[in-house]
Design a protein around this ligand. Structure first.
Ligand SMILES: C[S@@+](CC[C@H](N)C(=O)[O-])C[C@H]1O[C@@H](n2cnc3c(N)ncnc32)[C@H](O)[C@@H]1O
Length: 269
């Protein structure tokens, strides 16, 4: 066991124990040290955004979609939001996870951290207030797309996603493979494993174009430090209001060339 020098002064030891980042006796072991490093690494990207938004609006709202155990919401609240007037809402359709998160937030007196049991799809109508930041960390498959549509609908200042595995585009690539193989480029996804990887890559490319077509400036980074996961592409979109001129046209062309026109409603607004 090592001493806990990595813990920041504002952090709740109780929270870190509940999230199993600290052991029951409050220590960091090798495993939890790695976890803590990963959390800080992600926080390093989000902290400047929270700072920027807080300067503009004291009572800002961050909505975290596909919250799961609300690991991200709790950490952001503990490190930053509790020291400001901001709010965090974790959205998750698994009631059991919501119950657990609500209980922990009550115990820790994290009063501006709340939870909503909802499918991301129907959340826009349930949250009336303006939303400043939308996050989705490993929200499964098309749940990431639903989070993007939520952020676009709310005109959020920032949309931050780390996509999970993506199956939808790959399944369409697979279905239309015979047709696509008339062109040599379809070799890029002829083999099953390539279909999956190409599907995932293409999905994120289309997501970025969708954001750009709707007035967002997009940065795509590798979330280095997230060694335990292959899903480490971090997409940060900042609302500037400048719609990229050819983005919509490019989405249309890509969907056409890859025989993915059935997915128009997902990537075109
Ligand atoms: C892989 S987990 C990630 C959890 C958490 N964000 C994290 O990184 O630890 C994905 C979570 O998203 C939830 N989820 C998936 N699709 C959803 C949807 N359409 N609406 C709400 N929650 C969803 C799942 O129940 C699951 O808890």
């Amino acid at each position: 066991m090592q001493p806990i020098e990595e813990i920041k002064p504002q952090q709740s030891i109780e929270l870190l124990k509940s999230l199993h980042i600290l052991t029951r006796d409050g220590k960091v072991n090798q495993d939890s040290r790695r976890k803590l490093k990963q959390v800080y690494h992600l926080y390093q990207f989000i902290e400047p955004i929270l700072t920027e938004i807080k300067e503009i609006k004291e009572d800002y709202l961050l909505v975290d979609h596909g919250a799961g155990k609300s690991y991200l919401g709790f950490i952001l609240y503990d490190l930053f939001v509790k020291l400001s007037q901001g709010r965090v809402i974790g959205v998750e359709f698994n009631q059991k996870l919501i119950d657990q998160s609500e209980k922990l937030a009550r115990e820790l007196k994290f009063e501006r951290l709340s939870f909503l049991t909802s499918d991301i799809n129907s959340t826009a109508n349930l949250i009336d207030s303006p939303v400043d930041i939308v996050t989705a960390l490993h929200a499964c498959d098309t749940a990431t797309d639903d989070a993007l549509h939520f952020g676009l609908n709310k005109k959020a200042a920032y949309i931050i996603v780390i996509p999970c595995c993506q199956a939808e585009v790959a399944s369409h690539l697979k279905k239309n493979k015979a047709q696509s193989l008339k062109m040599p480029l379809a070799e890029l996804w002829r083999h099953g494993i390539h279909t999956r990887e190409m599907g995932s890559h293409l999905t994120n490319v289309l997501r970025c174009l969708l954001l750009e077509s709707q007035g967002y400036q997009v940065t795509v980074t590798e979330l280095v430090g997230w060694e335990h996961s292959m899903k480490n592409e971090l997409i940060i979109a900042k609302r500037t209001g400048d719609k990229k001129g050819n983005a919509t046209e490019r989405i249309e062309k890509i969907l056409h060339e890859f025989n993915l026109e059935a997915l128009k409603s997902r990537f075109l607004i």
